[in-house]
Unconditional design. Structure first.
Lengths: 566, 310
């Protein structure tokens, strides 16, 4: 190479100017382009409200986030928590849950439930967001449409307490035979199959929300797909929905109970499930509340944030495959596994997420009994953590099954972080304490359910969230006819007790039935409890009255208000 | 040239058909289907749902029907968002991904050329060492790390300044685009810097540069007219695939910055086994990728006549 250093130097110096010019031009071009894009984006859509601050005192607005986008907001088809959260703000049914998860009047000002007949009396001032009155016919239409086999609503079973509902839903009777009838514009009569002690609690569920028949027919398939393809009956109404980006809920001027609502608008301006992003948004003052994970807790305490915790109501547990060809059908094996693990250890030393509780029963601690919580009236039986005893049970199981050695067991689990570390925990303790080989089969939620339906597992990390505030929402999970009983556990006594709890209106007898079910499920080791899910969250101190709860909207801003320091 | 163009397009169509078929078969062989939810449904309702979406027909018939719809440009209705057309989802969300992608590529290309030229000029000296170290960092660190770090830095800067310099996440204004585009373009920029540097060095010692020097042309002119212009060719070659890769591969950045791009819908659809959305987005992305490669091939032939002769 003939080039000397000095010639390179002079070359570099003289080339620096065009290079700097190029750089400057590049930056300028980028800036211009961004403004052009900004302008075009402004033309293309109404634009998200992504620059608003978390608390707007002047306009009485708050900004929040959603973990996911609601798939659609048709109450007859909704199945997920995010849809439930949005619908909890923009819709109201006959009855609703208050801040203590007790039933209070919604659009119905009073109601009577006598045996198999229920009558709901609607308020005179119950109005849709377009000002038209909400009538009993709107409820009849919504319920019957949801039950129509052609609608194929996944939550249609929630109506099965109503006379002929199941038959209509499975197509053996016409929908017109379903026992719900609008007697006049303001009276709705419901006929039940049998007396149902918790029917008022069912009526507060999302699928029981009203739908304006005329409007629904007019919108057709588009109903619930956009902000303007729905009518609203709740304290707020959706005024904008930019798919994937934001939803804006504004105060509904036609809502009957205006005194309850103090905010003018709730901006769901961010849709992401990334917990670090949400924490950053909270730190930057963009959102009013954020859920914290274990590693965020220390920082939050140092910052002296206002922290709260709440149980979201779900219980997670190991479920067994009771199909004949599986070794997990053997009671002694299940008992060995029950004795060889410890849910306290799982929660305190493995999961380590704040707000989680070790699960001791199918029934979570918050369920109400006759007078006190169910779990106080009927304490959950607990197995000791006893490895020696566990090995005795294992040996008995081995002999009963006639095996020289246990085959590897397939542990089916979700792919979520908590499911992953939980399955690793069980793999480790069952290997260490019992010498069992566990093969972890991690699947996405939907694929896990499909494999459970097909019986393609030995043990599975499963979970259950309640639909209504009655222990039956958990208890009937192990009824032999329940399609969600994917491990096919079957006990005649449990079936009889579930039937009793479904039809009895004697509260004490029902709770006693739940107590007995709890004992049988423990004796038979139908499940091994993992954890009850909890959350720890930080709230902007200026915003008061935000509710976190199990039923209705998971996060409820309907009663929230902004308190400005004097 | 026309024959060449036609041949490339035909090849592209076959590639897209292959992508569609492979995705279709793979998707239907995964356990589970989009109809299973958290609450079990009775066989009667399942049958109704299957009939509604045509899942009750044999797989071969479904495939033919699917190909027929594809030819008409109809991807069907989403399973999870039951009242939205897949076409609407693509139409509404691809422009967002594309905007972000184009910005990221421009950022990467302009930056790559600038830094690459700079390192070549200052070869084996301090600026070169520093930039090349950063380049290795840029190539090896995945974009979600940059995204998290960039966002954290922004929060701290905003807190220090007491005003919001840029929004932390979200979508809507030009401010929302700056950080995500830079994060998204970072890897490509690092790659292009390296490419530009080696290309510049190669040309620096070529005969025509020596001739230009011997002619007594001013160095600045040699640099812009002869060196930069020729060195940029390989950069243009990789730009096409880079645009496609960035536009289609931005889902992590979209998730972190809460951007309503198509990538998020694609990932979500795979998780929820939303058949129609999976097929729609895969075929769309596949066609887009193939299209970009063809465009670049043709452009390259136009810029460099040697390619056409082969």
């Amino acid at each position: 190479m003939p080039h000397s250093h000095s010639s390179d130097d002079s070359f570099a110096r003289s080339a620096a100017r065009p290079l700097a010019l190029f750089g400057g031009a590049a930056v300028l071009a980028l800036v211009l382009l961004m403004f052009l894009l900004d302008f075009l984006a402004g033309l293309a859509s109404a634009g998200g409200a992504g620059t608003a601050t978390g608390v707007d005192v002047e306009r009485q607005e708050i900004t929040v986030y959603l973990r996911e986008e609601p798939p659609q907001l048709n109450s007859m088809l909704a199945t997920d928590a995010v849809s439930g959260m949005v619908l909890g703000h923009v819709m109201e049914g006959l009855l609703r849950y208050d801040e203590n998860s007790q039933i209070v009047p919604g659009l119905a000002e009073r109601w009577e439930i006598n045996g198999t007949r229920a009558v709901f009396h609607l308020r005179e001032n119950a109005r849709w967001s377009n000002g038209e009155p909400i009538t009993a016919a709107d409820f009849e239409y919504a319920w019957k449409t949801a039950l129509d086999p052609a609608t194929a609503s996944q939550y249609a079973f929630i109506f099965y307490a109503i006379k002929n509902a199941e038959a209509a839903n499975t197509g053996s009777l016409p929908v017109s035979e379903v026992g719900v009838r609008a007697l006049d514009a303001r009276t709705l009569e419901v006929e039940l199959e049998q007396p149902v002690a918790y029917f008022d609690k069912l009526v507060a569920f999302v699928t029981y929300l009203p739908v304006s028949a005329a409007f629904h027919r007019q919108m057709g398939e588009r109903y619930g797909a956009d902000a303007d393809t729905m009518l609203y009956s709740g304290p707020f109404m959706l005024t904008s929905w930019v798919h994937g980006a934001s939803l804006r809920m504004e105060r509904n001027p036609h809502y009957w109970d205006q005194d309850r609502v103090r905010l003018n608008a709730i901006n769901a301006a961010y849709i992401t499930s990334d917990s670090n992003t949400l924490l950053n948004l909270y730190k930057d003052g963009r959102i009013v509340q954020v859920d914290l994970s274990a590693e965020m807790l220390e920082g939050a305490m140092q910052q002296r944030w206002h922290l709260d915790r709440f149980m979201d109501g779900s219980v997670f547990f190991i479920d067994f495959n009771h199909r004949p060809e599986r070794v997990t059908r053997n009671l002694n094996l299940r008992q060995a596994m029950q004795l060889a693990q410890n849910s306290n250890e799982l929660v305190d030393r493995v999961i380590k997420l704040p707000g989680y509780l070790p699960a001791k029963s199918l029934f979570p601690v918050w369920l109400q009994g006759v007078e006190r919580p169910l779990r106080e009236e009927y304490p959950a039986p607990e197995a000791p953590y006893d490895v020696a005893l566990a090995r005795e049970y294992l040996e008995r199981a081995r002999q009963e099954l006639g095996l020289t050695q246990f085959p590897p067991l397939v542990l089916l689990a979700d792919t979520s972080p908590v499911a992953t570390i939980s399955s690793q925990y069980y793999q480790e303790v069952f290997k260490r304490n019992l010498g069992l080989d566990i093969i972890i089969d991690a699947q996405t939620f939907q694929q896990r359910l499909a494999k459970m339906d097909a019986g393609d597992f030995d043990i599975v990390l499963s979970g259950w969230g309640p639909d209504y505030n009655d222990p039956l929402t958990f208890a009937d999970l192990y009824a032999s006819w329940n399609l969600n009983n994917r491990g096919r556990f079957a006990s005649e006594r449990v079936d009889a007790l579930v039937r009793q709890a479904q039809s009895s209106t004697d509260n004490a007898a029902r709770m006693a039935a739940f107590g007995e079910i709890q004992q049988i499920l423990f004796d038979e080791v139908a499940l091994i409890g993992n954890y009850e899910r909890g959350r720890v969250y930080a709230t902007d101190p200026r915003v008061k009255g935000i509710l976190r709860r199990v039923f209705g909207a998971e996060v409820d801003y309907t009663n929230a208000y902004i308190e400005v320091a004097p | 040239m026309w024959q060449y163009t036609l041949k490339r397009i035909l090849q592209g169509i076959i590639t897209v058909w292959f992508i569609a078929t492979a995705t279709f078969l793979a998707m239907h062989n995964v356990p589970g289907d989009p109809l299973s939810g958290g609450r079990a449904i009775s066989p009667e309702i399942r049958a109704n749902l299957e009939a509604r979406y045509g899942l009750d027909k044999p797989l071969g018939e479904q495939y033919l029907q699917y190909l027929g719809n594809l030819l008409r440009g109809d991807f069907g209705i989403s399973f999870t968002q039951q009242n939205r057309q897949v076409n609407d989802i693509i139409r509404e969300h691809f422009p967002v991904s594309a905007t972000l992608g184009i910005l990221a590529v421009l950022f990467a290309a302009l930056g790559g050329v600038l830094w690459g030229a700079l390192t070549a000029l200052y070869r084996n000296r301090l600026p070169d060492t520093v930039i090349m170290f950063l380049v290795i960092l840029g190539i090896s660190v995945p974009s979600f790390v940059f995204a998290a770090l960039g966002q954290l830095a922004l929060v701290n800067v905003n807190a220090l300044l007491g005003v919001s310099l840029l929004p932390v996440a979200g979508w809507g204004g030009v401010g929302h685009m700056i950080l995500p585009a830079q994060v998204l373009g970072m890897g490509t920029m690092a790659y292009l810097t390296r490419l530009m540097r080696s290309s510049m060095l190669e040309i620096m010692h070529s005969d025509y540069i020596r001739t230009a020097r011997a002619k007594g042309l001013p160095p600045a002119r040699i640099f812009t007219r002869h060196q930069l212009r020729n060195a940029i060719l390989p950069v243009i070659t990789v730009l096409g695939p880079a645009i496609a890769a960035i536009t289609t591969g931005g889902f992590v950045v979209e998730l972190v910055f809460a951007i309503p791009g198509l990538g998020r819908y694609f990932v979500q659809a795979v998780q929820q086994l939303d058949y129609t959305v999976i097929m729609g987005t895969t075929v769309f992305y596949g066609a887009f990728l193939v299209g970009m490669v063809i465009v670049v091939d043709l452009l390259y032939g136009w810029i460099d006549p040697r390619v056409r002769l082969q």
